[in-house]
Design a protein around this ligand. Structure first.
Ligand SMILES: *Cc1c(COP(=O)(O)O)cnc(C)c1O
Length: 425
């Protein structure tokens, strides 16, 4: 029996094995410096070039750089013509802004439970959530696993709905050989530091539809009808926000984009190796790709099979397992620890105050009772992930060390079983 590091045994992952994300090199330094030495630091030439290069890379006709993925999502809601009281369907488990972007346009989010296997929206439950007020669906390719977009588009087309892809985690992920962000009416990407393409912060709105582009661009820049790259009349035609980004961030994003295909290839290789090494680990549920899906492995998400341990619902024991992994040097990450409808903004309906937008006379009542989302809750209670170790610049050694650490803990649960005093963090 190997002694766990939490009890003073040797660590599975040696200190210094794991490197920060993203790697930067001379390409990043040169492009950032060129931007600094230029004269246009706001929406400058790098922004225009970043849009064009990202659109070409992803296979979209149009792209607009934004200061966040959330801004691009809000622009999608506006571009799709969603308005006061309209309902927009979103998965019950995602990043908060997959749903709050709906509130920003005075629309009402309606949640659909996830499928436990894919961790994405359960498409078998999507149709039942559609009402005469439903205007759009936001599908999230969570963790970089694409949603079955043929099925989504079929349902949406039959009901006359718009589809917004939240591809904030899904750069380069493909369904039936076609990239995410090219299936729906429009899509949002994020370039926050943690994402597969980092620009520090930032995002991109993409679409193939000129009318949607035009609506999105009004929201993007003060409600104006012209972009700052054209001759402006400085007139607010619509309610607009300020969602543009800056030249320096775009320069950094462009530099990282030249390396993105290489990054994704590394993630796929390391994830395949991790799956190979974790196969057969007791009480551990491994992530999978389904037929037609090509994961980018933004996040490699595992679930603890608490039932097979005889510890269903024992969150304290879950935390002890994760603490033991942390002691091994694994870094298990507990991403999103609440399902979306459980978040206070939805439970208390405290959007814009005085019940707005839910109490608006144009809205119909919606039910956020939590019993409707058992799979999202089960996922939420049992998941942990490893993302950093699978990314560049890590080679197979980091993956192997992390796999050893996870296996070591899971194969020696009896050392944690009755153990007292193991810190949770
Ligand atoms: C990161 C993320 C967002 C928001 O992107 P920001 O750039 O942080 O605003 C939205 N949806 C998902 C699924 C994300 O992971």
């Amino acid at each position: 029996m190997e002694k766990l590091a939490v009890h003073g045994g040797p660590r599975a992952v040696a200190p210094g094995t794991l490197k920060p994300w993203p790697p930067t090199d001379d390409v990043d330094r040169r492009m950032a410096l060129e931007s600094l030495e230029g004269t246009n630091h706001a929406l400058g030439p790098n922004c225009k070039a970043f849009q064009d290069e990202f659109a070409a890379w992803n296979g979209n006709k149009f792209a607009l750089t934004t200061n966040s993925g959330t801004a691009a999502l809000h622009m999608g809601v506006a571009a799709c013509g969603c308005g006061v009281g309209d309902e927009v369907i979103v998965p019950a488990y995602s990043w908060s802004s997959s749903a709050t972007c709906v509130l920003h346009h005075n629309c009402i989010p309606v949640f659909v439970d996830i499928d436990f296997g894919t961790m994405n929206m359960d498409l078998a439950k999507l149709e039942a959530a559609i009402t005469p007020r439903t205007k759009a669906v936001i599908v999230v390719h969570l963790h970089g696993l694409p949603v079955d977009m043929e099925r989504v588009m079929d349902i949406a087309n039959r009901h006359g709905l718009k589809v917004i892809e939240d591809a904030c985690q899904a750069h380069g992920a493909k369904f039936r050989g076609r990239k995410t962000g090219t299936w729906g009416h429009c899509a949002a990407f994020s370039f926050n530091q943690n994402k597969c393409l980092s620009a520090g912060e930032g995002g991109m709105f993409v679409t193939d539809n000129e009318e949607l582009l035009s609506k999105a661009s009004r929201l993007w820049s003060f409600g104006e009808a012209k972009t700052p790259m054209e001759s402006r009349d400085y007139h607010a035609y619509d309610l607009g926000w300020m969602y543009r980004n800056d030249d320096l961030g775009a320069a950094y994003g462009r530099a990282q984009l030249t390396k993105l295909d290489g990054y994704i290839a590394i993630q796929r290789r390391n994830a395949a190796r991790l799956t190979e090494l974790l196969q057969g680990t007791p009480h551990l549920i491994l992530p999978t790709e389904f037929d037609g899906a090509e994961h980018n492995w933004y996040n490699y998400v595992l679930r603890l099979d608490m039932e097979s341990m005889g510890r269903a619902g024992d969150l304290g024991f879950r935390d002890k397992i994760l603490a033991a992994m942390r002691a091994e040097g694994v870094p298990p990450v507990r991403w999103q620890q609440f399902i979306l409808p459980a978040m206070t903004v939805f439970q208390a309906k405290n959007g814009y105050g005085k019940g707005c937008p839910w109490a608006c006379p144009h809205a119909a009542p919606v039910d956020y009772s939590l019993g409707q989302f058992p799979m999202a809750q089960k996922h939420c209670d049992t998941h942990f992930s490893v993302a950093g170790p699978l990314r560049a610049p890590h080679g197979p050694e980091a993956t192997e060390a992390v796999a050893n650490g996870i296996r070591k803990v899971m194969e020696n649960l009896d050392q944690i079983w009755g153990a007292k005093g193991i810190p949770c963090h």
